[in-house]
Design a protein around this ligand. Structure first.
Ligand code: GLU
Length: 368
């Protein structure tokens, strides 16, 4: 099963899983959900949770109705509710000694390469520290996101930048049915989707989820992103207790299969940028380090051509000027001119500030 093999898993939970229609916290569900996460961590998996609920919990705190809220007011409410949300999660996760952290993103943070790289680095450092990052949209700042945004697409972008193998959208239905199960009796759960064709799109437009901003339409949009990122995606019922365990046991959900491999998707993402902005010419020692899958360090850089910024797409050449790899630079060209040839522990002294130690991180590099 896809979940079993996955190393990194992104799980999206909607507001209706945390808080019921009577505005009561679904405590029992949350206690059990934490156990699900604990099991995944025991299996040595990296887990990211994309959690909605800021606005719902803000409304609960102020005793307001979520419907009819004006945009600017919902932004203030999200700011109030986000800390309620984190408090709720922190209290529950800490009971089982699971460390969580918070990341608030806007769509731009995942869409713009430079910002996406920073977010990706932060996520991977958090995994290394043994933390479970909790992600939500920065609803208080990002205007359009509240109005049109949804955490389904945000979750698929998070899956993409964190190189996740699996994305699970926990919803209030088992998955995508051939006909809306709330209206029709003779309907079947579609268990596996390889291609999102017109028929699937049509079914999705017709099925409306009762809660949340998204519904099926945004889940299909999320699936398209996942498919192109080499990530398996499931729409599954989150209302049951231990929803992740339920998927493992019964697999009663809809899986979208990726269209491309993860490696291919990542390579494409790196290479797909507009033409490279510069070149780094590196020595033989650095070439053999890259061959072993290591990052490019300042010490191995001989020459810098062109003017580029941090995050720009650059070529890496050997000393006979043959292109060896392409990647995204963690420094701008002026900085590299200063640090080239030096040991990484001298970077702080030379530049006067602390920054990355790799000039091109191995995750941001592809051989040609
Ligand atoms: N980010 C919103 C919140 O935390 C929810 C968006 C969604 O449900 O998709 O309240």
């Amino acid at each position: 099963m896809y979940l079993k093999k996955a190393k990194t898993i992104v799980i999206k939970i909607g507001s209706s899983l945390l808080i019921n229609e009577q505005k009561k916290i679904r405590n029992k569900w949350l206690i059990e959900f934490v156990k699900d996460i604990e099991n995944l961590l025991k299996e040595k998996k990296n887990v990211v949770i994309v959690s909605s609920g800021a606005i719902s919990l803000g409304c609960k705190k102020l005793n307001l109705n979520k419907k009819n809220l004006k945009l600017d007011k919902s932004q203030a409410i999200a700011s109030i509710g986000q800390i309620e949300l984190m408090n709720l999660l922190k209290n529950n996760f800490s009971k089982r000694k699971i460390n969580i952290s918070q990341i608030l993103l806007t769509l731009e943070d995942t869409e713009q390469r430079r910002r996406a790289i920073n977010a990706k680095r932060t996520l991977s450092n958090l995994f290394n520290l043994g933390y479970v990052p909790i992600v939500n949209e920065n609803d208080s700042i990002a205007t359009s996101e509240i109005k049109y945004g949804d955490n389904d697409r945000l979750a698929s972008r998070v899956a993409q930048i964190s190189d996740a193998d699996c994305l699970i959208l926990l919803s209030d239905v088992n998955g995508l049915y051939t006909k809306n199960p709330k209206i029709h009796k003779n309907t079947q759960l579609i268990k596996k989707i390889t291609k999102i064709n017109d028929e699937i799109e049509k079914i999705a437009t017709k099925s409306i989820s009762q809660h949340g901003t998204g519904g099926m339409k945004t889940k299909i949009d999320a699936a398209k992103i996942a498919q192109l990122s080499g990530c398996y995606m499931a729409i599954a019922n989150g209302l049951v207790l231990n929803p992740i365990n339920e998927i493992k046991k019964k697999n009663n959900c809809t899986w979208f299969l990726p269209k491309v491999s993860k490696l291919h998707a990542r390579k494409k993402w790196i290479i797909s940028s507009i033409s490279p902005k510069g070149e780094l010419i590196i020595d033989d020692g650095a070439i053999s380090a890259l061959k072993q899958g290591k990052s490019l360090l300042a010490a191995g850089i001989k020459k810098v051509n062109g003017k580029f910024y941090k995050g720009d797409h650059i070529k890496i050449l050997n000393k006979s000027l043959k292109e060896y790899a392409r990647g995204l630079s963690s420094f701008n060209s002026d900085e590299i001119l200063k640090i080239k040839g030096h040991h990484s522990n001298k970077i702080k002294e030379i530049l006067g500030y602390i920054t990355k130690s790799e000039v091109v991180h191995k995750d941001d590099m592809v051989g040609v």
